[in-house]
Design a protein around this ligand. Structure first.
Ligand code: HEM
Length: 450
C-alpha cells in the first residue's frame, strides 16, 4: 500500500438514503440484508441506521478482537435500552467497571454445581407437560416450550412454581415480554398507562412481578437460609463486605428472566423444526437411536448427559443455523484499527452471527443441518471464532451452562415420548426481533413413539 495515501476510515457499504439511511433494507429483511452485505463487501461493511456509521463485521478474527481482545474499548448497554424498563440496571444495561463488578457478584449463582442442581426441576416439569399431552394433539409447540422454560426459570430463580398453565404471575411475565415497545411507541415516546396499551400491559405486569419479588427478598432477608435458588445466591454474595441492594437483586432476576427463557425455548422450537424436516429424517433417526439405546425410555438425569453426545451436537447445530441472539452490538469508545481501516470513535459495531455461522467459505454445506460436524474429530477443523452463539469475552452469556443443561434435558425427554410431526401446510419463517423467533410459531401434531 502507498504509505503517502491517507488510510480510508470506513469500509464500503450500500448507499444510504437521505433521512432513512439503510434502515429500509435492514427492516425489510434483516437476515437477508446482513448476508448480502457479506457477499457484496467481504470482511466488513458500513451501513447507516442513524447518523453514526455502523460497521458490520464478518471476519472471525475481527470479531475476536472486539469481543475478547479489546472489549474495554467497546460499550454495549445502549443496545439494551429497550429492555431497561423491565431489567433496570441488570447486566445488559451496564458497562465498564460497574458491569465488571456486578458480573463478579452474580457469577456464583451460575457456578456449575449450582446450575446442575436444577436438572431435577427441568426434568420433572418437562414430564408434567408431557403427561398433559396425548398422541393426535395438535399444538403450538413454540408456546408450550415458552411456558415450560418460563416455569423452569421462575422455579430456579426464586423458587416459585408458576404451575402448568397461566398463573397470575406467569401471565404478568407474558404481558411484559409479549408487549414489547413498537416502533411508533419508541419514536413518539408514548407512555400511556391504560389496560389496553402495550405500555399499560407491561406496567401492570411489572407491578405484579415487582410486588412478588420484593416481598420474597424481604422475607428471605428476615429468614436467612439457602433455598437452593438464584435468589439465595444473590442475597448471599458480597464483595469487600458489600452485598447487593434489593433493587439490584430485582434487576438481576428480571434480566435472567428476560435473557433466559425465550432464547432456550426458541432454540428448542428450531430444533424440533429441523428434526421434523423430511431431508433431516436420518438425523432424527440417529438422535432417537442414541436416546433409546442410552436411556431406555427414561428422562435423563444429570449423570446420563455425558452418554448422549448426539443430543448436544444437535443443539449446537441448531444454534449455528438459528442463533437466537443473532446480532451483537457494540459502540467504540476510542478510534480503533481493523484490517486496513481505522474506524472513528463512536462507531457502532454489529456482529451478525446469522451471516457468520452460514459463511460458505467457513462451513462445509453451510445451510445443511449436520449435527455430525460437532463430533470431536470433525469439530477440530472448525475455524476459531466462527461459531459464537453465546457470544465471547467478558460479556459472554453468563447463563450458558443453564441453557445447555436445560435444552439437552428437555429435548431428550420430549423425543422419547412423542414424535413431533410438523402440521401439514405449516410454513416456517424467521422473525428476527430481539431474538430470532419462528414467525408463525411451530405447529406440530403429536404421534406416539412406538
Ligand atoms: C440458548 C440460550 C441462550 C443463548 C443463545 C444466549 C445468548 C447470549 C449471548 C449471545 C449473549 C451475549 C450478548 C453480547 O455479547 O452482547 C448473552 C448474554 C447474556 N445472557 Fe444469554 N443466552 C442464552 C440463555 C441464557 C440464560 C438461560 C440466561 C440466564 C438464566 C442468560 C443470561 C444472560 C445474561 C445475564 C447475559 C448478559 C451478560 C453480560 O452482559 O455480562 N442467557 N446471552
Amino acid at each position: 500500500m502507498d504509505a503517502t495515501k491517507p488510510k480510508p476510515t470506513l469500509p464500503p457499504g450500500p448507499k444510504p438514503l437521505p433521512v432513512l439511511g439503510n434502515n429500509h433494507s435492514f427492516v425489510k429483511d434483516p437476515l437477508h440484508f446482513l448476508q448480502t452485505l457479506h457477499q457484496t463487501y467481504g470482511p466488513m461493511a458500513t451501513i447507516y441506521m442513524t447518523d453514526t456509521p455502523s460497521v458490520v463485521l464478518f471476519e472471525p478474527e475481527h470479531i475476536h478482537y472486539v469481543l475478547t481482545e479489546n472489549p474495554r474499548n467497546f460499550t454495549s448497554a445502549e443496545f439494551a435500552q429497550g429492555l431497561q424498563e423491565f431489567t433496570g440496571h441488570g447486566l445488559f444495561n451496564l458497562d465498564g467497571d460497574t458491569h465488571r463488578q456486578q458480573r463478579r457478584l452474580v457469577q456464583p449463582a451460575f457456578h456449575r454445581k449450582r446450575v446442575d442442581s436444577y436438572a431435577d426441576t427441568m426434568r420433572q416439569y418437562t414430564l408434567e407437560v408431557l403427561d398433559s399431552w396425548k398422541a393426535g394433539d395438535q399444538l403450538a409447540l413454540d408456546q408450550e416450550l415458552q411456558q415450560l422454560t418460563m416455569r423452569i426459570v421462575a422455579k430456579c430463580l426464586f423458587n416459585v412454581d408458576l404451575g402448568l398453565r397461566n398463573s397470575n404471575l406467569g401471565q404478568a411475565f407474558t404481558d411484559i415480554l409479549e408487549n414489547q415497545p413498537r416502533l411508533l411507541e419508541t419514536i413518539l415516546k408514548l407512555r400511556i398507562d391504560l389496560p389496553f396499551t402495550d405500555y399499560g400491559k407491561r406496567q401492570r405486569g411489572k407491578r405484579i412481578i415487582d410486588k412478588v419479588i420484593y416481598q420474597l427478598i424481604a422475607q428471605r432477608r428476615q429468614e436467612g437460609g439457602d433455598e437452593g435458588d438464584f435468589l439465595s445466591m444473590l442475597l448471599a454474595t458480597t464483595e469487600d463486605g458489600q452485598g447487593l441492594s434489593d433493587t439490584q437483586i430485582r434487576d438481576h432476576i428480571m434480566t435472567f428472566v428476560a435473557a433466559g427463557h425465550e432464547t432456550s425455548s426458541n432454540t428448542l422450537a428450531w430444533t424440533f423444526y429441523l428434526l421434523g424436516l423430511a431431508q433431516n429424517e436420518s438425523k432424527y433417526a440417529a438422535l432417537c437411536q442414541e436416546l433409546t439405546s442410552q436411556l431406555q425410555g427414561q428422562a435423563p438425569s444429570l449423570t446420563d448427559l455425558s452418554r448422549i453426545p448426539y443430543t448436544e451436537w444437535t443443539i449446537n447445530e441448531t444454534l449455528r443455523l438459528y442463533p437466537p441472539a443473532y446480532l451483537i452490538g457494540r459502540r467504540a469508545r476510542e478510534e480503533f484499527s481493523l484490517g486496513e481501516y481505522t474506524l472513528p470513535a463512536g462507531t457502532f459495531v454489529l456482529i451478525s452471527k446469522w451471516a457468520l455461522h452460514r459463511r460458505p467459505d467457513l462451513w462445509e454445506a453451510a445451510d445443511e443441518f449436520q449435527p455430525e460436524r460437532w463430533r470431536p474429530e470433525n469439530a477440530k477443523s472448525i475455524v476459531p471464532w466462527s461459531y459464537i452463539p453465546f457470544g465471547a469475552g467478558p460479556r459472554m452469556c453468563i447463563g450458558m451452562p443453564f441453557a445447555q443443561l436445560e435444552m439437552r434435558i428437555l429435548l431428550a425427554t420430549m423425543l422419547q415420548r412423542f414424535k413431533f410431526r410438523i402440521a401439514p401446510g405449516f410454513k416456517m419463517q424467521t422473525d428476527p426481533l430481539i431474538t430470532l423467533r419462528p414467525k408463525n410459531g411451530l405447529h406440530v401434531i403429536l404421534e406416539s413413539v412406538s
